[in-house]
Ligand binder design. Structure first.
Ligand SMILES: [Zn+2]
Length: 377
């Protein structure tokens, strides 16, 4: 069996449900150490992070990924044991094989080949966390802080998130929308429904305010992003009794926004809309991530060429989907792309990856190592 499949299987056999790494970083680390990397484990809280670097001067290419996986769901719903990697009809089954242990294996095997070809040249790093699928507070974001302090800014970053739709490399992510959460609290005065003059109903007060928020046209988006959207996700008010005006109402909403906006600008616009009513309210804000976009340049050009060389087509460039650890790494100011296996079964039962795709992914990564660490430059 080929190297990349073997390594993927070894990783999938480790039950590394967030935030547990379950020894996966040790497996990857020992391979990288043998390839001449210097390892540094950066544990924060209950999260294991691995930083590995091979410094040979010139531009630094960083591979980034996660060893943690989402829970399996009911094991009985699986055709195979989720932590016993099993090959059926050309597919490898097991939790994490597509998201994203297959990518990690492809990165490591591509790197091993490159290092054997070029023992003296090419700077490469790995940032591997076990907290991507969870709260993401002690993972990539903490390692990025350390890199910033050390002024260690990679030129290029490749994240192995499963970006592809039908065939490996048919779609890459070149940016992500920002995500802003607001928790709006309106305070009224609780009272008897028969005596509204003695009460203040926060549900009634909220209705015009919420109508304005959901009707607002925030922007038109731009070439790379759709317009900003606001969605209300939760509303809670009321005591359960039909004769009581509640004293408080809580509304959760989320905005997905493009590079046209910033989270601070949106907060200001929302406050301006809410202030139109003389209502006692407050909003707690959480920014899950600012938007980012990798402009056309070296990295995207080389990714197009690498996919073309291996697959015979060029990838679609997309900024869709949810957030990823890319939001933290992009803040370093490097060119960044997400390129990984087909995502059709991720987070589902019977997660699987086509065996042939693992080999192709490793080949694509190898092309990128060769071209981006351009040895003629
Ligand atoms: Zn993932």
């Amino acid at each position: 069996m080929d190297e990349v499949t073997e390594l993927t299987k070894a990783l999938v056999a480790l039950p590394s449900v967030t935030p547990n790494d379950a020894g996966a970083q040790r497996v990857l680390g020992s391979r990288l150490e043998s390839a001449g990397f210097t390892l540094e484990s950066m544990r924060h809280g209950e999260v294991d992070n691995l930083w590995a670097i091979r410094d040979r001067g010139g531009p630094l290419l960083m591979f980034a990924g996660h060893t943690d996986v989402v829970p399996t769901g009911a094991p009985a719903d699986w055709k195979t044991d989720p932590f016993v990697p099993t090959i059926v009809d050309g597919f490898l089954y097991g939790r994490g094989c597509a998201d994203m242990k297959g990518s990690l294996a492809a990165m490591v095997t591509a790197t091993e080949t490159f290092v054997a070809e070029q023992p003296e040249r090419g700077s490469i790093a790995f940032l591997i966390t076990s907290d991507e699928e969870g709260p993401a507070l002690n993972g990539t974001v903490r390692v990025v802080e350390t890199l910033k302090q050390r002024e260690l800014i990679p030129e290029y970053c490749i994240i192995g998130e499963p970006s592809s739709e039908r065939q490996v490399g048919d779609l890459i992510r070149v940016g992500r929308r920002g995500s802003l959460n607001g928790r709006l609290k309106l305070r009224g005065i609780q009272g008897h429904v028969a005596y509204p003059d003695l009460a203040e109903n926060p549900i009634h007060a909220a209705l015009p305010m919420l109508t304005r928020l959901i009707s607002e046209r925030w922007d038109e988006g731009n070439h790379d992003f759709p317009p900003t959207s606001l969605q209300i996700s939760n509303i809670a008010a009321g005591t359960g009794a039909s004769n009581v005006i509640p004293g408080e109402l809580v509304v959760d909403f989320n905005l997905r926004f493009s590079t046209v906006q910033t989270s601070d600008g949106l907060k200001r616009q929302i406050h301006a809309l809410c202030d139109q009513d003389k209502v006692n309210y407050e909003i707690d804000w959480t920014v899950s991530g600012e938007p980012f976009l990798t402009p056309h340049g070296n990295l995207l050009e080389m990714v197009d060429r690498a996919v073309q060389a291996v697959q015979g087509f060029t990838p679609q460039h997309s900024t869709g989907g949810g957030t990823s650890d890319g939001r933290f790494i992009a803040a370093l100011g490097c060119q960044l792309v997400e390129l990984g296996p087909v995502n059709a079964t991720i987070h589902q039962v019977n997660e699987c990856v086509r065996i042939a795709d693992l080999g192709k992914l490793s080949e694509i990564y190898l092309h990128l190592l060769r071209s981006l660490l351009s040895l003629d430059a």
